[in-house]
Design a protein around this ligand. Structure first.
Ligand code: NAI
Length: 203
């Protein structure tokens, strides 16, 4: 992880990148922090501060050269460095994630999945092999440091510990359980249901 940027700013960088990528050539060569802020419903000062971490520097009056800013964001986020991830749990959610092409935009590809179900292990999902969990210890040799966990909550902690033993350093966890991160491992939880519950509370 980048050490010199607050995590909250880091989380916003892909939002800027997605927006800038969505613009077309007709939208002009330059874009100002004010235009980005207005499009994304954010404060202009915040946008300028966030973008400054990427060494994206605007020019007085005209703003940023859009292509340069995209390149600075891609560089900062490591989109040009190809990284492989693995997925553990090739069930309903896992299969949808294997078929999702959006990770590539950030330089990440899911190399394969692992599943404890012997009927799933050995299959191919969206062109990716599903391997038996007995092959997880081989990950260290493959140098894969990023994993997605999509197993039932009851299995998630032990899977997380196994991944840590296999050299994984960062885990995106979809199981609805707060995992205890082993030393040196970063965990991020994704919980659509909890987010929906928060949203429904705002109605
Ligand atoms: P599923 O039951 O279809 O798939 C789970 C898969 O994990 C199965 O293929 C099973 O064989 C495998 N598995 C079980 N124990 C394992 C182990 N120790 N090692 C390797 N593989 C193992 O379940 P589904 O619907 O795909 O959900 C997966 C997880 O994601 C669940 O924890 C569910 O609660 C969670 N989930 C989270 C969402 C979110 O927004 N965060 C949305 C949907 C599901």
């Amino acid at each position: 992880m980048k050490k010199d940027i607050p995590e909250i700013s880091l989380q916003r960088l892909p939002v800027y990148l997605n927006y800038l990528r969505s613009l077309s050539g007709d939208d002009g060569k330059y874009i100002s922090s004010g235009a980005i802020a207005a499009a994304l419903g954010m404060g202009e000062v915040l946008v300028r501060k966030d973008l400054a971490y990427t060494s994206g520097v605007g020019r007085p009056k005209v703003g940023y050269v859009r292509e340069e800013l995209i390149a600075a964001l891609e560089d900062y986020l490591g989109c040009n460095i190809k990284k492989q991830a693995v997925l553990v749990g090739a069930g309903e959610l896992g299969r949808a994630l294997l078929a999702y092409g959006g990770f590539e935009k950030y330089g990440i590809s899911i190399a394969c999945a692992f599943d404890s179900d012997p009927e799933k292990a050995g299959s191919i999902v969206a062109g990716k092999p599903v391997r038996p969990v007995s092959e997880l210890p081989g990950l260290a040799e493959e140098g894969i440091k990023l994993a997605i966990v999509a197993v039932p909550a009851s299995a998630a902690q032990s899977v997380c510990m196994e991944l840590a033993r296999d050299g994984v350093k960062a885990i995106l966890n979809f199981a609805p359980v707060r995992l205890k991160a082993p030393d040196g491992v970063v965990i991020r939880d994704i919980d659509v249901a909890a987010n929906l519950a928060v949203l429904s509370n705002m109605l």
